[in-house]
Design a protein around this ligand. Structure first.
Ligand code: AMP
Ligand code: GLY
Length: 420
């Protein structure tokens, strides 16, 4: 079987490494992949957002199954375009991907179907938004409607900050058209949990829970990033919470999407906050999270391709999805300065005995040498019997990877350890 994976980050590297365990797969192509992924797949210089290029490549290379991993090609309709030429895909179609593509859509969906989330107001007019903020409860949360590379959310601790956020999105258009509509949302508190799930639109199978660390610096200080590390499972996500989420959030969301004629198939990601008033949805993603995938998939014991195909074919209820009763920790090694200015182009050295544990996100090969080429460079994952061991082991493995200008948080998993 020939498989194509669209995307080129650490998440895609984790998907590819897991897929490779299936011996029926003869070749995996990554579009575009990256210098590190090249060790595990054939990288093809087609951008993840180049839908025409993706379709052309799939046709010319008689691809048997495609995995579309990032948000933008999903929102642009990559799955619809591939399905049309007869290539079965993992991922939602355009109509369903809107659950991540538009925050106004997802907030209205939750309100309509009674799915617990923060109270909110939507504005398309800047004066109305600014007026509302004169009396809105503070802190408040301002969100750009569309995709904004994970940066479209501003937690405003003061009224002035809130107004400034609205102006930057609606007037200065810092996120382009994504900020034409904004959501002003109630500020919630509580531990955050990421739950990725497989769904075929009928059955929803949550994967093992995880905890992201979004801030750049230790103790959750510094700027928001794409994610600086993860652990799985998340200790706050007890069996009781899981049951409540299934009943109040997961199943109602799948049913709501069906009722809207937007049946969701693929990986639906629930970003949850466990508030004093119960679990609430902070965000939906229409795809695997990054770097959640780098701790969740190493714990998957079932064959990934079999599960993915079951979501496409609608046979998930008959398919086993089993996770190891173990713990995983992923530490992201970034270029110092990320998420702002950073230098790259430095040689990356990875000891042979940790190569299997490394998921490369931002790297290129130049003159046969692997070099840094991005903010988040790679993730180092360890799987162990306990959380403590997984943390220690991933940090020990980090010592076996080096490049100039490397930066990583020293406290990934600390909060999870304290929660137990
Ligand atoms: P997002 O980009 O949607 O993942 O949001 C980034 C982060 O902002 C989340 O992980 C939360 O920590 C925080 N956040 C988003 N919405 C809220 C909210 N309503 N209340 C408190 N924190 C929030
Ligand atoms: N780690 C959060 C995300 O993938 O959006």
């Amino acid at each position: 079987m020939k498989i194509m994976v669209v995307g080129g980050g650490g998440r895609e590297h984790a998907i590819i490494k897991k897929l490779k365990e299936n011996k029926d797969i003869t070749e995996i192509f990554a579009l575009p992949g990256n210098g590190g992924i090249a060790a595990d797949a054939t990288c093809v210089a087609v951008k993840a957002t180049d839908i025409e290029g993706i379709v052309k490549f799939a046709k010319e290379n008689t691809i048997d199954y495609a995995v579309v991993a990032p948000d933008d090609p999903l929102v642009l309709g990559a799955v619809d375009a591939l399905t049309e030429i007869g290539v079965p895909c993992f991922g939602p179609n355009k109509a369903a991907a809107i659950i991540e593509g538009s925050k106004v859509f997802s907030k209205n969906l939750m309100k309509k179907y009674g799915i617990p989330t923060a109270q909110y107001e939507v504005f398309s007019d800047i004066t109305a938004a600014l007026n509302y903020l004169e009396t809105a409860p503070i802190p408040t949360v301002i969100k750009a409607d569309g995709l904004a590379l994970g940066k479209g959310v501003i937690i405003a601790m003061t009224r002035d900050e809130a107004k400034e956020a609205v102006r930057s999105m609606m007037e200065d258009k810092v996120f382009g058209e994504s900020g034409s509509n904004v959501v002003v949302e109630e500020f919630l508190t509580g531990p955050e949990v990421s739950v990725l799930s497989f769904t075929d639109g009928k059955t929803v199978v949550p994967m093992i829970s995880s905890m992201d660390h979004k801030r750049a610096k230790d103790n959750d200080e510094g700027l928001n990033t794409g994610g600086m590390g993860t652990v799985a499972p998340n200790p706050y996500y007890t069996p009781e919470v899981a049951e409540q989420c299934m009943k109040e959030i997961f199943l109602p969301t799948i049913e709501a999407m069906n009722a809207e004629n937007r049946t969701f198939k693929g990986c639906l990601y629930f970003g949850l906050m466990l508030t004093p008033n119960g679990p609430k949805v902070i965000e939906y993603n229409c795809r695997f999270g990054d770097p959640e995938t780098q701790v969740v998939l190493p714990l998957l014991e079932s064959d990934l391709l079999t599960v993915m195909k079951a979501t496409t074919e609608g046979t998930l209820s008959e398919t086993e999805v089993k996770f190891a009763d173990k713990h995983a920790c992923c530490v992201i090694m970034a270029s110092d300065g990320y998420p702002q200015k950073y230098e790259s182009g430095f040689e990356i050295k990875i000891a042979d005995d940790v190569k299997d544990n490394v998921y490369v996100a931002g790297a290129k090969i130049e003159d046969g040498i692997l070099k840094t080429a991005g903010g988040r460079v790679l993730g180092v994952t360890a799987v162990e019997e306990t959380l403590e061991k997984a943390i220690d082991s991933s940090y020990a493995k980090v010592q076996k990877v080096s490049f100039d200008n490397a930066y990583y948080r020293k406290d990934i998993g600390k909060k999870a350890k304290e929660a137990k």
